[in-house]
Design a protein around this ligand. Sequence first.
Ligand SMILES: [Mg+2]
Length: 386
Amino acid sequence: MTAAARLVTAAGGPASLCRFRGALVGAVLGDCIGGEFEGTEEVPLDRVLQHLEGLEDETRGDCILQYSDDTAMTRCVAHSLLTRAGFDEQDMARRFAKEYNLAPGRGYGAGVIQVLKKLASPQLSDVFQPARAQFGGRGSFGNGGAMRAAPFALAFRERVDIQRYARLGAMLTHSCSLGYNGAILQALAVHLSLQGALALPQDFLNTLITEMEELEKDESTRSDARVLNESEFPFCARLHRVKELMERNKVSIEEVISELGNGIAALHSVPTAIFCVLHCLEPREGLPEKYGGLERTLAYSLALGGDTDTIACMAGAIAGAHYGIEAIPQAWQRCCEGSEEADMLAQRLHSMYHRAPPEGDAGLLGSGNSQMHSRSGGSSEPQPPE
Ligand SMILES: [Mg+2]
């Protein structure tokens, strides 16, 4: 048995409970642990390892690391998908607004705060409008949609549904294609990882490139890329860079940052998170030998600096879906606020995912019949900005 095959066995078969739990708990850990270095441009690996070593100290209390907006909004997505047994933009928007109102100090960006305040208005009927109006009508291309995208991969079985609802879920705050396409890419990466696709890393990456090629043919994507001075097929171009970096014998942190980025734009962080997972499938120089793949992934994501909580959150979700909950150190989980709730939400999503569709019904999950999933009843789908 190869090392990769052993890992797949350890995490259970495709869409196992262990993988579901790993995905959501991995995301919370990335957010909580990554918060320490958020916005720091140069993060020496020693400092990362010291920070992680500190989590093993049992004299420190539970939940010493608080989660930020990444987890706050991911919880809203998961609760909404579970409560409504599908996607309901009104419900999800209300939950975002309420969550912000209850705990505004979770590190939200200034742009999204404006949107969340408008979403709180009971008079608002089109919940996509506040996000669409941002930045002169172009919308945000930040990674705020991508950071909370993992639950879509745990709620829907079919790629077409994951794409549709990850896009709409992101568009509640990020209406630029470079924002919501990042959310789709992240959700697809978690989906493939849940299926065990990281056992064949090249195929995993090629599948993502093929999916994004299809999405990025879209006219709004092409015009957004032009306006923002990005290359055509921007996410595909970055994923090709991920491929090139994987083929190199040695790659420095500086090269990863300059080729892929570590910033708050979805384009400069989602492919980076995917690279972190792929790069850390094998032991890496400078990282402790005792570390398994998930620990390596989180440590490496932090060492890139920049938007560390979000990059580690996204990488944590993809890696957690691959390695499973058993691979996440108990001590790390204990230190992170929200990890128990994430575990519970993952278990509920797993039950929903595997529930047999009701008799005479195409099923809310995985039917490919998108109409079945929208619980909002008749509101028109928003158009991305031209
Ligand atoms: Mg954050």
